[in-house]
Structures are given as C-alpha cells and as structure tokens.
Design a protein around this ligand. Sequence first.
Ligand code: IPE
Ligand code: IPE
Ligand code: MG
Ligand code: MG
Ligand code: MG
Length: 298
Amino acid sequence: MSADMAALDQRMAANAEAIETELERVLPPVGGRQARLCEAMRYATLGGGKRLRPFLVAATAELFDVPFVRARRVGAAIELVHGYSLVHDDLPAMDDATTRRGRPSCHRQFDEATAVLAGDALQCLAFDLLADEATHPDPAVRCALVQGLAAASGVDGMCGGQMIDLLAEGRELDLEQVLELQRLKTGALIGFACEAGAILGDAPVEARRALRGYAGDLGLAFQIQDDLLDVTGHVALTGKDHGLDAAAGKATVVALLGIDGARRELQALQRSANAHLDRIGPCRLLRELFEFVISRVN
Ligand code: IPE
Ligand code: IPE
Ligand code: MG
Ligand code: MG
Ligand code: MG
C-alpha cells in the first residue's frame, strides 16, 4: 500500500470511530417494550461497515471549513438511512441474503417483521437527527439537508433504484439503463453525502456543480466495484454472500461488459471524476477516495 493510501486508511478508521460513537449516542438504548426493535436497530448499524458515506460528508465539508462535529452528525444520519437500505435489501422479498458485514443478516438474526420495522425506524431516526437544532443553527440549512436526504432516498433515489433493480432481474438492459439504475439505487445517497458538505458550508454554485459531477462518477464506480466483488471478491473480506447477482440475474455492468469491461469503465469514471475536481482545486483527499473505492476489497 502506498504512503498516501495508508494515510487515507488511517483517516477513514478515525472517522469510522467517530461515527460509531455518534451512532451509539443517538440510537435508542435497548429497553422497554420495544427492546427487540431497539436491539435490531443497533445490530444493523453498529460495529461494522466502511462508513464511506459519512467520510464523504467530512471530506467535502472540510473543503468549505465546516466544523467536523456538524459533518459527523449529518454523516450519522446518512449512515442510518444506508443501514436501513441494507436491512431491507437483504430481506427474502428482495435479495434474500443470509450474511451482512460478516454476521447473519438482520432478518436472520431476528425475524422478517422485526427487520422491516428496524429499517423503518432507522429511517425515521435519520430525519429526526437532521431536523434537530443541534445539527445546524440555521433552520434553512436543516430544511435543505432534510429535503436532500429525502430526495436521495425516495422515488428518484435509492427506493426507485431498488425497484428498477428488482424489476430488471432476468431482463436485458443496455449499458445506459444499467447505469441509470445504479445512479438511483446507490449514486443518489453517495451524491447527497458529497452535497451535504457543500450545504453545510454554503459552498459557491460552481464548486457544487463540480462536486455533483465527481459524486456522480464516484457513485457509479462504487456500485460497479460492488458488482465486481460479487464475482471476484472473498467472503472473508466482504462479509456478505457472493454470486447472488448472477444467481438472481441482476442487471449489472459486469453482466453486460464482463470483468475487464467493468474495470475499463472504472478507469473512465476515474478520469472523469478527476476532471470535475480540477475545476475546484487539488482536492487530494477526494481523489484518493476515488482510488480507494475502485481498488477496495471489502
Ligand atoms: C453496500 O454498501 C451496498 C451498496 C450500495 C453497494 P457498502 O459497501 O458501503 O456497505 P458497508 O456499509 O461498508 O457495509
Ligand atoms: C444494494 O445493492 C444497494 C442498496 C441500495 C442497498 P446490492 O444489492 O448490490 O448491495 P449488496 O451487494 O447486497 O451490499
Ligand atoms: Mg440489491
Ligand atoms: Mg443486495
Ligand atoms: Mg452487491
């Protein structure tokens, strides 16, 4: 590993620790008659995951001199939505996955009804966090964050993408259709994580536009690498079931272009992402992060 990548690794680990602490603080303690629900919410979000989306909030917030405590809180909210999306994605009605983050998936550890409710409640908690005064003193900023997360998660974001993903099983989509699916199911939330730093920092329009371009490329690259890992990865590293995409006939770039074709697509996306960043400045951290995303093994 190069010195730059080792430094990035350290920063990501420190950020992950800060997010773990924040999540621990905001998640409901296990107790009362809803104890089982609280336990499932904690199971689905604590003690695992790369915490990439919160790191993106911190990295973009840093460009606009936003204090880390604010970025951390917004990052935690996004991570709650991400956790909910994984719990529901693993359900038998969706990908029917047995393993997540090296442990039984939430519905396997608890039961399907509890997993559905845990996902629902995680989503509610995310919006509660963003709306809270402690997130930002300006209500207009809080509203923009709430609206941004809602848009990234809903019909024109993650949920819409998941619907298309399921409908596309066993069907032939062309490359543009697959990329559109992936922009929604994965790209939208990653895009909001980048945008959130700009919202918190009241960034100029030009910088926002460039960041949006970078985030679009990063989101696609992230999902293509995820699809590659489903074929080429090691369960011991990814902590999730392998080969599910091919078994379900998922529409992926790998299914369409093969492993080498998907890797070429990653290179093209990296060139495009770097060109977007050239319009803002050096942005070393964001460039390194892209490299991390396309070379990650988990
Ligand atoms: C997995 O996301 C689901 C996709 C959107 C591809 P991550 O790979 O970020 O999952 P964790 O949070 O690190 O477990
Ligand atoms: C899921 O994509 C994207 C989500 C919105 C959760 P995948 O179904 O490929 O994610 P994994 O591979 O199960 O993590
Ligand atoms: Mg899925
Ligand atoms: Mg899945
Ligand atoms: Mg996958």
